[in-house]
Write a protein that binds this ligand. Structure first.
Ligand SMILES: *[C@@H]1O[C@H](CO)[C@@H](O)[C@H](O)[C@H]1NC(C)=O
Ligand SMILES: *[C@@H]1O[C@H](CO)[C@@H](O)[C@H](O)[C@H]1NC(C)=O
Ligand SMILES: *[C@@H]1O[C@H](CO)[C@@H](O)[C@H](O)[C@H]1NC(C)=O
Ligand SMILES: *[C@@H]1O[C@H](CO)[C@@H](O)[C@H](O)[C@H]1NC(C)=O
Ligand SMILES: *[C@@H]1O[C@H](CO)[C@@H](O)[C@H](O)[C@H]1NC(C)=O
Ligand SMILES: *[C@@H]1O[C@H](CO)[C@@H](O)[C@H](O)[C@H]1NC(C)=O
Ligand SMILES: *[C@@H]1O[C@H](CO)[C@@H](O)[C@H](O)[C@H]1NC(C)=O
Ligand SMILES: *[C@@H]1O[C@H](CO)[C@@H](O)[C@H](O)[C@H]1NC(C)=O
Length: 615
């Protein structure tokens, strides 16, 4: 930065002589810049250019500085024979160029003084000129600190907004203040700026400036900054600080009271929060109240102190009502209120009625009616114990009741306008009636002395008892609504003769069925007889055939087809009978009621033993 011009030096000085000789006659001219600006710490290089006519040489060059008492203190004495450096405070920081220019390194603010160059040239006389060294230090961006704490808009004094400091610059700069980018001028609108200037031991200056200005509620959004201004080479420069906001205290003007969550209507069981917010800063003290018979009941014990939040857990209809939030500004003791209505939707008194309400018997009908109370519209839905939906609407009509209809029915009450609000109630429909025997193991093909099970299955309500007409070991078990009894007995002659009787009894009546036992041995014997009979019959037919053939051959009688048909007819009838028996014996209980004798039989025979007696 030092020395804006290219060093001309003596060589150039000589070069110039031809141009200057004619005009300047025999004057010794020294050319030096009047002012030179150098930044603190840099090197200043001051040139001394001169012209001696007729190629003559200088006899000496002296460098001086001018001290405070305006005396010239010599730094260098240069002659043709050599350079003499004087012992001064500058000694360690000086150097001389080829062109005899003076260099001062590590410039400080104390170096801001005048330096003189004196040239002697014998008969041409002595000439001198001087340069004023001007030292500067560019300031760093200023540091700003907003007022800590907060500033009340009701503050009686003009409050301090912020402080700005620009450190170590030279010469001392100016600081200006700005709000939202606009210059704030002292003495306008009660704005005051206090500045202090400190000279550091280094000679550099630190400027600090404090802004005082009134604030309004709108200033909560304002940003402030300061700018440091300095001159450099005749030009004005500026550096800005960061922008800061100040915490402005202002009373609330409005309150907002909200029910959270606000997305859906409130229903019983919900957790509800009432949130009260103010537009003041800081947040004021909040209190909650609930209206009770034209009186406001203080709920502050239910809230976190001053939080502005009222939590209501697991609300019910008693939580419905008008709530009020009140704010108290501790600065000016002003109060604001805001109210909100809380509606807790509910369903209560869910009840199912049966018509008739007396004991239901098989074959009767019943109407189930579901009823409930709610401030909102309700819908009803019926389902059975298995969760199958049966019907929409608050009535369910069940006709022609049977034991199998007995079930638990559920009425679900819903409020379509309040998602999630529902209740349900269950009712048991018990159908009573006299027992019905639904399956029995008859006929049963057995052998004498064999141990077998007699099985009898019935349905009834109230639960019936099963009795057997004969002695044996009985086992009862339940299967859904059915009761089944197995009687383990040994087959006696009497039993084969009489069979057994199953009797099912409850308070509403008695049902009984007979079990027929068939002796397998006698059946086999009779089958044997039949086989013998058939063989005999075939033999008879064969003989008969032979006789007829014989007679035919003799030509005594005519050949007749009718005779053959008569013989085959009984067989056809037998087939038909078997088919009829099969079709009668389809039964769900076939497996359960399997015969006890464990003998293998044809499928047709096995099913023959059971007859489904339901319906
Ligand atoms: C000093 O040098 C400047 C610049 O060359 C010149 O304008 C001025 O006249 C000189 N002053 C003297 C006293 O020689
Ligand atoms: C000065 O010296 C140069 C060469 O060094 C020469 O050319 C010139 O003529 C001389 N001028 C005078 C006036 O003597
Ligand atoms: C500082 O302010 C003074 C007075 O307003 C003014 O004369 C001077 O030029 C300013 N300096 C800078 C560096 O702006
Ligand atoms: C209500 O809050 C309680 C405890 O904070 C929690 O156990 C319960 O599940 C919440 N109920 C609902 C419906 O969110
Ligand atoms: C009642 O049920 C029985 C047996 O299922 C049936 O025969 C009868 O027709 C039914 N009566 C009515 C009115 O549905
Ligand atoms: C059943 O056993 C009892 C005693 O064990 C007896 O008195 C009764 O006669 C027996 N009944 C039949 C039908 O065997
Ligand atoms: C009852 O007897 C039948 C026929 O013997 C048999 O299949 C069934 O398993 C028995 N029931 C029980 C529960 O033992
Ligand atoms: C007969 O019934 C009894 C009990 O119900 C059972 O333990 C037994 O296995 C049954 N016997 C046969 C042959 O099914």
């Amino acid at each position: 930065m030092a020395g804006g011009r290219r060093p001309a030096g003596l060589a150039l000085g000589w070069g110039c002589c031809l141009l200057l000789c004619c005009a300047a006659a025999s004057r010794l001219e020294i050319s030096m810049p009047a002012v030179m600006e150098v930044e603190v710490g840099d090197t200043a290089r001051i040139e001394c250019n001169f012209y001696i006519p007729e190629n003559a040489s200088y006899t000496y060059i002296d460098w001086f500085y001018v001290d405070r008492s305006n005396r010239q203190v010599r730094l260098y004495h240069v002659t043709a024979s050599g350079v003499l450096e004087d012992d001064t405070e500058y000694k360690k920081r000086l150097s001389l160029g080829e062109d005899k220019a003076l260099s001062i390194s590590a410039v400080t603010v104390q170096d801001a003084r005048t330096f003189v160059c004196q040239v002697g040239a014998g008969s041409y006389g002595v000439g001198e000129n001087s340069t004023e060294l001007s030292v500067y230090k560019v300031p760093k961006a200023p540091e700003i600190e907003p007022s800590s704490g907060g500033i009340s808009v009701h503050s009686p004094d003009i409050p301090e907004i912020a402080k700005c400091v620009s450190k170590n610059s030279f010469p001392p700069p100016n600081i200006t203040w700005h709000k939202n980018g606009e210059r704030l001028r002292a003495q306008e609108n009660d704005v005051t700026v206090q500045s202090t200037l400190t000279r550091e031991s280094s000679g550099l200056y630190t400027v600090s400036s404090t802004l005082y200005a009134p604030v309004t509620r709108q200033d909560r959004h304002s940003s402030y900054h300061c700018t440091v201004h300095y001159w450099l080479r005749g030009q004005s420069h500026a550096l800005e600080s960061r922008r800061v906001k100040v915490n402005i205290f202002y009373p609330a003007e409005h309150l907002k009271l909200q029910v959270v969550p606000s997305s859906a209507p409130v229903k019983e069981g919900d957790n509800v929060t009432l949130v009260c917010e103010s537009d003041g800063n800081p947040q004021p003290v909040f209190s909650f109240f609930k209206k009770k018979l034209d009186e406001w009941q203080d709920l502050s014990s239910l809230t976190e102190p001053q939080s502005g939040v009222l939590n209501l857990h697991n609300v019910d209809k008693s939580n419905s009502g008008t709530y009020k939030c009140q704010s108290l500004d501790l600065d000016d003791m002003s109060q604001i209120e805001e109210a909100v209505d809380l509606v807790v939707n509910y369903i209560e008194g869910v009840d199912v009625k049966m018509e008739p309400s007396s004991t239901l018997l098989e074959g009767q009908s019943v109407t189930l009616s579901c009823d409930a109370h709610s401030p909102v519209d309700l819908t009803y839905q019926w389902s059975n114990e298995q969760g199958e939906k049966l019907k929409e609407g608050n009535q369910l009509f069940l006709s022609n009741l049977t034991f199998e209809t007995s079930n638990t029915f559920s009425c679900r009450v819903m409020a379509p306008s309040v998602p999630g609000l529902e209740q349900s109630k269950k009712v048991s429909v018990a159908v009573e009636g006299k027992p019905r025997i639904v399956a029995i193991s008859s006929p049963l093909y057995v052998r004498q002395d064999e141990v077998i099970n007699l099985t009898c299955k019935a349905i009834a309500f109230p639960r019936p008892t099963v009795q057997w007409s004969i002695n044996g070991t009985a086992h009862e078990y339940m299967d859904n609504q059915h009761i089944a009894s197995n009687l383990t007995v040994r087959v006696s002659h009497d039993l084969l003769q009489a069979g057994a009787m199953c009797r099912v009894i409850n308070k509403l009546g008695v049902s009984e069925k007979h079990i027929q036992l068939v002796d397998q041995k006698s059946t086999a014997e009779s089958q044997g007889v039949i086989i013998v009979a058939i063989i005999v019959a075939i033999l008879v037919v064969a003989v008969l055939g032979a006789v007829i053939y014989f007679l035919h051959k003799k030509g005594k009688i005519l050949c007749g087809r009718a005779g053959k048909q008569d013989i085959t007819k009984p067989e056809a009838r037998k087939d038909k009978i078997v088919v009829e028996v099969k079709s009668d014996k389809v039964s769900e209980e076939a497996g359960l009621l399997q015969g006890a004798n464990g003998e293998r039989r044809a499928a047709a025979d096995q099913s023959e033993k059971y007859i489904d007696l339901r319906n």
